[in-house]
Design a binder for this molecule. Structure first.
Ligand code: NAD
Length: 510
């Protein structure tokens, strides 16, 4: 596909105009750190950063907001999130544009990210009337045992570049209905998107007469995240990013007995069985492996294909890879946008070299595009490799579009390969054999937090709890009962008997 990438001035103008329409005070952005667009590697804006010293003030203000917000009835708190959902709907295209400009998502996926934000607002509004506790049979006559769920406190959200807005909304929509204010440290690579989200929530809060400082955003580097992690006033740290980051964050929060919710790296596989519909599998695999230029935590990085179908599958995948339109993510027809930066591209090159050293062979892709036109933008053809075994590089998460194909002989072996990586986020099986599918989703099957049948590993809906095991961090956010992580549970025993029988038959007469 012939592509002329937009100029830096064009993108910077568009970013400024779009941020303004979302309510960002663009004249007050400052002249601090330059933020660039992966679309052409050029300057997008300059935004002032705060330093770690700003965290204490922000948490103190959030704590004040908490004291008021926790007494507001949950369905009334839901009205704020409802309004946020309406504003996100109104500004869907603008927010999606900022996401494309700052992190290089193709338009459809950027719109999908905002739709996910709207969906989680809907979910949270319903939830605001369903924060149920249980009533439990007491062993004592004239007693009632029950649990109540209360707001937890300030939630610190740390988010990654690749879902620069949705991760905030998964946490914030749920936290707000649960009665918790949020202090957000977004990715330093997407400050305008963060400021736009914050502006929309500020507007909703003002319209709903919500307390000030329910939502604050701190634009800054990892040291701001660290200060949030260490602050004793932050009841829950919800951190999304690399396993390296989570390894630093988890123990620090635990050391002060805080609560953490970690959403870290993935290394997701699809098992393709002999009975699989190979055309369907090919489509599912290519979307999961090459979509978002391989920069989703749920990106498919491994295919484990039965020896009887592996050749036919690789042929189909190679065909699809050769037709993938790589280019300007804002242009119609593009399916693969740029990598976020040169560091990501270098990591991809290193992984491809290592894979070949470790016995792999490159089947398709891997080349760089548009280097002459935009030397600071990093477009790459998604790479497809065949591997003889699950070598070291295959067990790592390289945050780029690299798909390793491995052969297997028995389903037991395929499941063992699926599980033999440090990460445990998402997995899938393509099969028309129900028994194989059932084994894969059973206790002896995939050990991941997301286990799919006949679809790829990415593209989760917000209704389910999202997250994974092992080095993915164990956290769950978004749907199902993930809200419980944002509240504290109290167990209440109510005695209406007029006597004082003790549990376990203990006698203690005074
Ligand atoms: P990253 O770890 O470099 O940064 C993530 C965030 O953490 C940023 O805001 C960064 O400033 C902050 N940070 C970094 N070090 C920190 C520290 N020591 N203390 C506190 N904060 C710190 O990740 P990234 O490159 O932005 O994102 C890509 C990674 O995120 C991939 O590994 C991907 O799999 C993962 N991810 C996971 C999920 C999930 O839900 N499991 C979702 C999206 C991305």
């Amino acid at each position: 596909m012939e592509t002329t990438l937009p100029s830096a001035d064009e993108l910077a103008g568009k970013a400024r105009e779009t941020a303004k329409r979302c309510g960002v005070n663009v004249d007050a952005l400052g002249d601090g750190r330059t933020t660039t667009s992966p679309i052409n590697g050029g300057r997008l804006a300059a935004v002032d950063w705060v330093d770690a010293g700003a965290v204490d003030d922000a948490v103190t203000r959030a704590r004040q907001a908490f004291l008021a917000w926790r007494t507001v009835p949950a369905p009334v708190r839901g009205a704020l999130v409802k309004r946020l959902g309406e504003l996100l709907t109104e500004h869907k295209r603008e927010l999606a544009t900022l996401i494309s400009l700052e992190v290089g998502k193709i338009t459809s996926e950027a719109l999908g990210e905002v739709q996910e934000m709207i969906d989680v607002c809907d979910f949270a509004v319903g939830l605001s009337r369903q924060l149920y506790g249980r009533t439990i049979s007491s062993e004592r006559p004239g007693h009632r045992l029950m649990e109540t769920w209360h707001p937890l406190g300030v939630v610190g959200v740390i988010s990654a570049f690749n879902f620069p807005a949705a991760v905030w909304s998964w946490n914030t929509a749920i936290a707000l209905v649960c009665g918790d204010p949020v202090v957000w440290k977004p990715s330093e690579l997407a400050p305008l998107t963060a400021l736009a989200c914050a502006a929309l929530l500020d507007r909703a809060a003002a319209e709903q007469d919500a307390p000030a400082y329910l939502s604050q955003v701190l634009i800054g580097g990892p040291e701001v995240g660290e200060a949030l992690v260490d602050h004793p006033g932050v009841a829950l740290v919800s951190a999304t990013g690399s396993t390296r980051m989570g390894r630093a964050v988890g123990p620090r929060v635990a050391a002060r007995f805080g609560r953490s919710l970690l959403e870290l790296g993935g290394n997701n596989a699809a098992v393709v069985c002999p009975s699989a519909d190979l055309d369907l599998a090919t489509r599912g695999i290519v979307f999961s492996a090459a979509g978002t230029a391989g920069q989703r935590c749920t990106t498919m990085r491994r295919v484990i294909a039965h020896v009887d179908v592996v050749d036919a599958l690789v042929e189909r995948l190679a065909g699809a890879y050769s037709r993938l339109p790589v280019g300007d993510p804002t242009a119609a027809g593009t399916l693969v946008g740029p990598l976020i930066n040169g560091r990501a591209h270098a990591a991809m090159r290193d992984a491809l070299d290592a894979a070949v050293r470790q016995g792999g062979s490159l089947v398709a892709g891997g080349g760089r595009r548009f280097e002459d036109q935009a030397p600071d933008a990093f477009y790459t053809e998604p790479a497809l490799l065949r591997m003889r075994e699950q070598s070291e590089v295959v067990r790592e998460e390289t945050f780029a579009p690299i798909l390793y194909v491995l052969p297997y002989q028995s389903l037991t072996e395929a499941i063992a390969l699926n599980n033999a990586v440090p990460q445990g986020l998402s997995s899938s099986i393509f099969t028309r054999d129900q028994a194989e599918a059932e084994v894969f989703v059973s206790a002896e099957g995939s050990d991941c937090g997301i286990v799919n049948v006949n679809i790829g590993t990415s593209g989760a809906e917000i209704g389910g709890a999202f997250g994974g095991e092992k080095e993915t961090g164990g956290g769950r956010e978004s749907g199902s009962d993930a809200w419980r992580g944002y509240m504290r549970r109290a167990t209440n025993t109510i005695n209406y008997s007029g006597r004082l029988p003790l549990a376990q038959g203990v006698e203690f007469d005074v």
